[in-house]
Design a protein around this ligand. Structure first.
Ligand SMILES: Cc1cc2nc3c(=O)[nH]c(=O)nc-3n(C[C@H](O)[C@H](O)[C@H](O)COP(=O)(O)OP(=O)(O)OC[C@H]3O[C@@H](n4cnc5c(N)ncnc54)[C@H](O)[C@@H]3O)c2cc1C
Length: 398
C-alpha cells in the first residue's frame, strides 16, 4: 500500500467521500480513510436515514465529476419552500407563505436525496478512480506537520505522508484536535428526529416547514415509497420530548406526528426507523492550519434548517478545489490554506448566525413571542426584494 499521496482525507462520510471523488476526478492522488465502513443499504442497522437537499450551487460542483448523473435518477426536486406558522392556541396553520424557486431561477431550489444512497453512489464512483485509495476500516490517529508536508498516523500502525490533509472526520474531528484548532459550541438542549413517512396527500415538490414550539417540523419531498407519496421528516424538539417521541410506540408516535404536521398531508405513517441527533451550533476558530484544511462538520455544525449543513460543506470543497487547480504546485502550502480560511470563514459565520437565530425563533414556547414570530414572518415575506434576497442567500448564490 502506498504511504504517500497528495491529499489524505480523514473521514469517509458524505463530505469526505465527495471530496475524494472531486479531487480524484481532477487527477490528484488521494487516500481516504474512515474507521466505519459506509452503510449503503436503506434498512441496514446504522444506515444514515437523513436526507440532503442538494442546492443549485452544490449541483454545479457535482456535475463535472460524474456524480450528478448518478444521483439524478433518485432525486426529488424542491420547487417551493412553504413556511407554516402554527403557533396559536391550537396546532393549526395560521400563516402559510410559499417561497417559490421560480422567483429567483428557472431551476428548483434543490434536489433531495437520502444520505445512505449518496454514500452508495459515492463509493461506486470511487471504483472508477484508480488514483483514489479508499480504506474503509482504517482511521487516523496522529498528525505531525512541517512546512513542507504532513505525516499522519493510522490505526493499522502505518503512516502516510501527504501535501495536504483534509479533515472531514465529523464534529469531534480527531485531525482538528490534533492540529490544535479550537471550536466554539452552542447547545440548545434540543434533539432532531429524522425518519421517512408515507402520506395520502401528494407533496407536489413542496418542502414544508411547520413552526409551533420546540423547533421546526420539516417535511422534504422524496420519490414515492411503496407506491405512496413519501417525505423525509426532521422533527426538532426539546431534548426530553424528543427522547420520549423516539421511544414511543409506533401508533402513538404516528398520531403525535400527524397532529404536529397539522394534518396537512393527511395521516402520516412511518416508512423507516426513527433516528435521533443532538442539535448544536459549532464553529472552528480557523478553517485551516499547517498542511491541514477543515471541511464539513469538522469545521462547522449547524441545526438542520434551510438545508445548509452539507451545502456549506460542498462550498468548502469548491473553495479548496478552485485554489488547488489555480496553483497546483502550492497544494497544501500556507498561501493556499490562508486563502482557504479567508474564502470561507465569513460565509460560515454568517450562515451559522442566521440559522441560530431561526432556530431560537422556532423554539419559542411563550404565546406572545410566537405571535411576534408570525408577524415577523409575514412582514419579511410581504417585501418582495427582501423575500428574493432571503431565497438567494439560502441558496448560497449571494
Ligand atoms: C437531522 C439532520 C438533517 C440534516 N439535513 C440536511 C439537509 O437537508 N441538507 C444539508 O445540507 N445538510 C443536512 N444536515 C447536515 C448534514 O447531514 C451533515 O452536514 C453531513 O452529513 C455531515 O457530514 P460529515 O461528512 O461532515 O460528517 P459525518 O457524517 O459525521 O462523517 C464523519 C466521518 O468521519 C469518520 N471518522 C471519525 N473519526 C475518524 C478518524 N479518526 N479517522 C477517519 N475518519 C474518522 C466517521 O466515521 C464518519 O464517517 C442534516 C443534519 C441533521 C442532524
Amino acid at each position: 500500500m502506498a504511504n504517500s499521496c497528495d491529499i489524505l482525507i480523514s473521514g469517509g462520510g458524505v463530505a469526505g467521500l465527495t471530496a475524494a471523488v472531486v479531487f480524484g476526478d481532477a487527477g490528484v492522488d488521494v487516500i481516504c480513510v474512515d474507521p466505519a465502513p459506509p452503510i449503503t443499504v436503506r434498512d441496514a442497522e446504522g444506515a444514515d436515514l437523513r436526507t440532503t437537499a442538494i442546492l443549485q450551487p452544490a449541483r454545479d460542483l457535482l456535475e463535472p465529476c460524474g456524480l450528478w448523473d448518478r444521483f439524478a435518477p433518485y432525486a426529488a426536486p424542491l420547487q417551493v419552500m412553504r413556511i407554516v406558522d402554527a403557533g396559536g392556541a391550537r396546532p393549526e396553520p395560521r400563516i402559510v407563505r410559499d417561497f417559490n424557486a421560480s422567483e429567483v431561477s428557472d431551476q428548483p431550489f434543490g434536489w433531495n436525496l437520502p444520505n445512505w444512497l449518496l454514500r452508495r453512489e459515492l463509493v461506486a464512483r470511487l471504483t472508477d478512480l484508480p488514483n483514489v485509495d479508499f480504506r474503509p476500516g482504517t482511521g487516523t490517529t496522529s498528525l505531525f506537520t512541517r512546512q513542507s508536508e504532513a505525516r499522519v498516523g493510522l490505526d493499522d500502525s502505518s503512516r502516510v505522508k501527504a501535501r495536504l490533509v483534509i479533515a472531514a472526520d465529523g464534529r469531534d474531528s480527531p485531525m482538528r484536535q490534533a492540529a490544535g484548532i479550537d471550536v466554539h459550541t452552542t447547545r440548545y438542549g434540543q434533539k432532531a428526529l429524522a425518519f421517512a413517512v408515507n402520506h395520502s396527500v401528494p407533496h407536489e415538490n413542496v418542502s414544508t416547514e411547520i413552526h409551533r414550539s420546540g423547533g421546526p417540523f420539516t417535511l422534504v419531498p422524496l420519490p414515492d415509497h411503496n407506491g405512496h407519496p413519501s417525505s423525509a421528516v426532521v422533527w426538532m424538539e426539546h431534548g426530553p420530548r424528543a427522547t420520549s417521541l423516539f421511544q414511543m410506540d409506533q401508533p402513538d408516535f404516528e398520531a403525535e406526528m400527524t397532529e404536529r404536521s397539522c394534518g396537512l398531508f393527511g395521516p402520516l405513517t412511518l416508512a423507516s426507523r426513527r433516528t435521533i441527533w443532538p442539535i448544536i451550533t459549532q464553529k472552528a476558530d480557523r478553517m485551516s492550519g499547517e498542511r491541514i484544511a477543515l471541511m464539513a462538520e469538522s469545521a462547522h455544525v449547524v441545526p438542520p434548517i434551510g438545508a445548509q449543513g452539507l451545502n456549506m460543506s460542498l462550498a468548502d470543497l469548491r473553495a479548496l478545489l478552485d485554489l488547488a487547480l489555480a496553483r497546483p504546485e502550492g497544494l497544501g502550502d500556507m498561501q493556499m490554506l490562508d486563502a482557504y480560511h479567508d474564502a470561507r470563514i465569513r460565509d460560515v459565520a454568517l450562515r451559522a448566525q442566521g440559522i441560530d437565530l431561526l432556530n431560537r425563533a422556532s423554539m419559542l414556547d411563550a404565546r406572545p413571542l410566537r405571535d411576534a414570530r408570525a408577524a415577523g414572518l409575514d412582514a419579511l415575506y410581504s417585501l418582495k426584494p427582501v423575500r428574493r434576497t432571503l431565497m438567494q442567500m439560502g441558496l448560497g448564490v449571494r
